[in-house]
Design a protein around this ligand. Structure first.
Ligand code: SF4
Length: 171
């Protein structure tokens, strides 16, 4: 690589739907150890936990946490899919639905109890895991996400998109 060429970066977005956002906390905690490397190889286009200016434009990778509860969520996640080369489901709620989709198993009495909430937020009758709505390329399971697996997936994506790591750095 020409030393004057700017370092190519992985264009990423981090998105959250219905969940407790613990994987987002893990992601930010990982920055304590990896920020010096990540700032050189990641172009963070969208991550509301980190910055106020966020854009949803062409992404290499979208990391998506949480289950989908409303038509607004469904429409938004389809837009994210359309603008992302790869989608990574982050954490159990995104990968398998639970625990965020547990209302799907409620009996009629319990459903009646939460009906005002469903109506207030215009929730769909069923909450859905990510793969029920869009194509998912990679899963990072765990509740919250498995940190080692996330680092492994990120490393693989950097390789796949030909983003070289700075010397003496690990992803
Ligand atoms: S998978 Fe677990 S930690 Fe992650 S959002 Fe769902 S409940 Fe929270």
């Amino acid at each position: 690589m020409d030393i004057h060429e700017p370092q190519k970066k992985l264009r990423i977005g981090w998105f959250t739907f219905s969940c407790c956002e613990d994987s987002t906390i893990i992601f930010t905690e990982l920055m304590n150890d990896h920020w010096q490397t990540w700032k050189k190889v990641l172009d963070i286009r969208h991550a509301r936990v980190l910055q106020t200016h966020n854009v949803l434009d062409e992404l290499d990778v979208a990391f998506i946490e949480g289950a989908l509860s409303s038509q607004t969520h469904v429409d938004r996640v389809k837009e994210i899919r359309q603008k992302s080369k790869k989608v990574v489901a982050i954490g159990a709620c995104a990968v398998v639905g639970l625990p965020s989709t547990q209302r799907n198993q409620f009996d009629p009495e319990r459903l009646e109890e939460i009906r005002p909430i469903l109506e207030k937020f215009s929730y769909l009758p069923k909450a859905q895991k990510l793969s029920e709505v869009i194509r998912v390329d990679v899963n990072v399971p765990g509740c919250p996400m498995d940190e080692k697996q996330f680092m492994h997936v990120l490393g693989d994506l950097l390789k796949e998109f030909n983003i070289p790591l700075p010397s003496h750095a690990s992803s």
